[in-house]
Design a protein around this ligand. Structure first.
Ligand code: WT7
Length: 655
């Protein structure tokens, strides 16, 4: 989380949308927002049903919502196919079929454009390819791919058949793949030989090979897209090339009408304890809410070139690269590689080249651009941009102001969108033509979203006071369960306010006098590194799996670029030597076990960790130590204070 959001005073600067922007927008004023929001809270089902009617249903629902805490169902009795809604609906519309659906640029500079008609053909063929390779409805399909159009095509092809995709971020390691395959019971993997990142090949197929060697799995077939072209190994009978398989099938694949609650995808995300959680999203409600939020929050127009810089491996890439924009028939710009390859102006070069009108990115990227210097931005003409977005963590006001000035030329509204993997879609955000923005706040809840900040008893806290952010009523795109673990689902999100039926977000927040929501950050032991969630427990167990390590505790500390950096406190086994070499080896070990995103920035060796008498590691104290502050909090439950004193002292010596 960014440092500045901790400050107690609220940001005073207010930026109203320009008159011309408001005039053309769907929601033009705060009066309109308040009216619609009030109505949508009074009768959410009416609001969602009206919006849902804009999509294509093979069979209309009979009931909008059913809520048996903590299990919700939306659009009961309805049948639809999200792939049909993303693709066929536009490909069969004469006015849209020749419109670009995806404009792609690879890191090496190669480009491709797929019209809706062409995307339709590719999705149908890919679905037939999956079918021919044995994929059936409800089978789980792992997608571990670079940011190329085939990643989106693979997702839509699964959805077309009713197969459940689980996309794994290309930066994750073989271990992470192995765990996710096992947890989901996946039968198929779609991957590529490699992807381009910083002019190097990310060896995706090699990682899949290593994962499948780690033990027996349910995987029967691996389909491999040729992207980077280097030599890879193909296992006879298991592995097959995408281009060979696609050549065997036709482009005739009618979209199957699926039950509204048919599972759409599983996406793994970190929690504070235990293994990653398989967040399950289903079809109807997810389709409706990603469609509606994209429409109002990005205020999509037919001539927009919309660019979301996220990776398909994260939820943002699901909801706001693939489903939301395509449901709206938008033109989606997709870039494969790193923002600094081959130069630090690559993003701005892309904006200028394709005349992007909407840019949706993360505070961590913005802070990197600030660091790299304005000269990389100034070289390019960014006048095509009309709207900017931010997601992933609280945006610090300095970064907001730079984004506003340097990228938006003080002309483009910024939508700071708060949501989570679990929420499926944006829940708190400005509406660009209506909401006056203030740097650092996601402002107000979207239509149909009943957000509140409450205390431990569930009572709303007064304005200005910090509390827990909860959602008081179910929403269409909410997660339905954790894959294979209903109990954990109920415990993590609903146990705290069981009687009230409130969803616990895990974030701390407060509201200002205008009712704006200021997100402070996570209340649990979850880190937010570069806008992505990392569980302390995951990094700790990776460290402990190293033969030299006895015990590890991981905490976050403010980081200028990443938001939070990872600090690991480590005790070594008897007979092992704490050393610089070991620290280096441990960093490499975590990279191998989880991926570079989890690599500790700092390893601090210690002879003991501060624990409570019941043996629980007091991470709060460690956090205080590594932010350089004094240990001020309550230490009465601490077993041995000398441990803390020693740690604090060693930190000072290092500085
Ligand atoms: C957590 C969810 C949502 C897609 C990307 C991250 C933090 C997210 C904001 C924002 C303040 C934000 C929260 C949230 N977060 N967006 N605009 N302002 N905080 O998805 O990995 O599921 O993480 O990211 O702490 O709980 P995720």
């Amino acid at each position: 989380m960014a440092q500045k959001t901790e400050s107690s005073h609220f940001e005073k600067r207010v930026f109203k949308p320009g008159a011309a922007f408001s005039k053309a927008a769907r929601i033009k004023s705060m009066a309109d927002y308040h009216k619609l929001h009030a109505e949508s809270i009074k009768s959410p089902e009416k609001f969602w049903a009206r919006e849902a009617a804009e999509l294509t249903w093979q069979q209309k629902w009979t009931k909008v919502m059913e809520w048996k805490v903590p299990f919700a169902k939306w659009f009961l009795g309805g049948k639809l196919n999200i792939s049909e809604n993303c693709v066929d609906r536009h490909a069969l519309n004469p006015a849209r079929k020749n419109k670009a659906a995806i404009i792609f640029e690879g890191e090496p500079g190669d480009t491709r454009t797929l019209t809706y008609q062409q995307l339709h053909r590719e999705v149908c063929k890919a679905a037939n390819m999956l079918k021919a390779n044995g994929v059936k409805a409800k089978d789980r399909v792992i997608i571990y791919m670079p940011m190329v159009p085939e990643a989106v095509i693979a997702m839509l092809a699964c959805a077309r058949l009713g197969a459940v995709h689980s996309v794994i971020f290309g930066g994750f390691s073989a271990n992470a793949i192995f765990d996710r395959i096992n947890d989901s019971g996946a039968t198929h993997v779609i991957t590529a030989d490699g992807g381009w990142r910083r002019a190097k090949i990310v060896a995706l197929k090699d990682n899949v090979d290593s994962a499948l060697k780690m033990g027996t799995t349910t995987v029967k077939r691996v389909i491999v897209l040729k992207r980077t072209g280097q030599e890879i190994s193909m296992l006879e009978g298991r592995d097959t090339w995408w281009h060979d398989e696609i050549a065997k099938v036709t482009a005739d694949c009618p979209a199957k009408g699926l039950d509204s609650e048919h599972p759409l995808f599983i996406l793994y995300t970190s929690g504070s304890t235990g293994k990653p959680k398989g967040i399950l999203h289903t079809t109807g409600g997810y389709a409706v809410q990603t469609y509606v939020t994209s429409k109002y929050i990005f205020d999509l127009r037919d001539d927009d070139i919309y660019w979301c810089t996220a990776d398909v491996g994260w939820v943002t890439g699901h909801s706001y690269i693939t489903y939301g924009p395509l449901l709206n028939g938008a033109t989606v710009l997709m870039y494969e590689g790193a923002p600094d390859t081959p130069h630090m102006g690559r993003f701005w070069e892309i904006v200028e080249k394709y005349q992007a009108t909407i840019l949706y990115t993360a505070p961590t990227a913005i802070r990197a651009f600030i660091k790299w210097g304005d000269e990389h931005v100034r070289k390019y003409n960014l006048s095509s941009l009309r709207l900017l977005g931010s997601v992933g963590e609280p945006i610090n006001p300095e970064a907001w102001m730079w984004y506003h000035r340097m990228i938006g030329n003080e002309r483009c509204p910024i939508v700071d969108t708060w949501w989570q993997t679990e929420t499926g879609a944006i829940l708190i955000s400005p509406l660009p033509g209506a909401t006056p923005a203030k740097p650092g706040t996601a402002t107000l809840p979207f239509f149909g979203v009943d957000a509140a900040i409450v205390d431990e008893s569930g009572k709303e806290v007064p304005k200005g006071a910090q509390g827990r952010l909860v959602i008081r009523k179910p929403w269409p795109s909410m997660l339905r369960t954790l894959w294979g673990d209903k109990q954990r689902y109920a415990d993590v999100y609903w146990k705290e306010y069981k009687k009230l039926g409130y969803y616990l977000t895990g974030d701390g927040a407060k509201r200002d006098k205008d009712g704006y929501f200021w997100i402070i950050g996570r209340l649990d032991d979850v880190l937010n590194v570069s806008g992505h969630r990392l569980g302390t427990a995951e990094v700790e167990s990776a460290l402990v799996s190293h033969p030299a390590v006895a015990e590890a505790a991981v905490v976050g500390r403010p980081d200028e670029i990443k938001g939070q950096g990872v600090v690991a406190f480590v005790t070594v086994k008897t007979g092992q030597q704490a050393s610089q070499e070991l620290a280096k080896a441990l960093k490499a070990h975590v990279t191998k076990e989880i991926g570079a995103i989890a690599r500790p920035d700092d390893i601090r060796f210690t002879t003991a960790l501060p624990k409570t008498r019941s043996g629980k590691i007091m991470r709060r104290l460690l956090k205080e130590i590594c932010t350089g502050g004094e240990v001020k909090g309550d230490t009465t439950t601490l077993e041995d204070f000398s441990v803390v004193a020693a740690l604090a002292q060693s930190g000072k010596e290092e500085d």
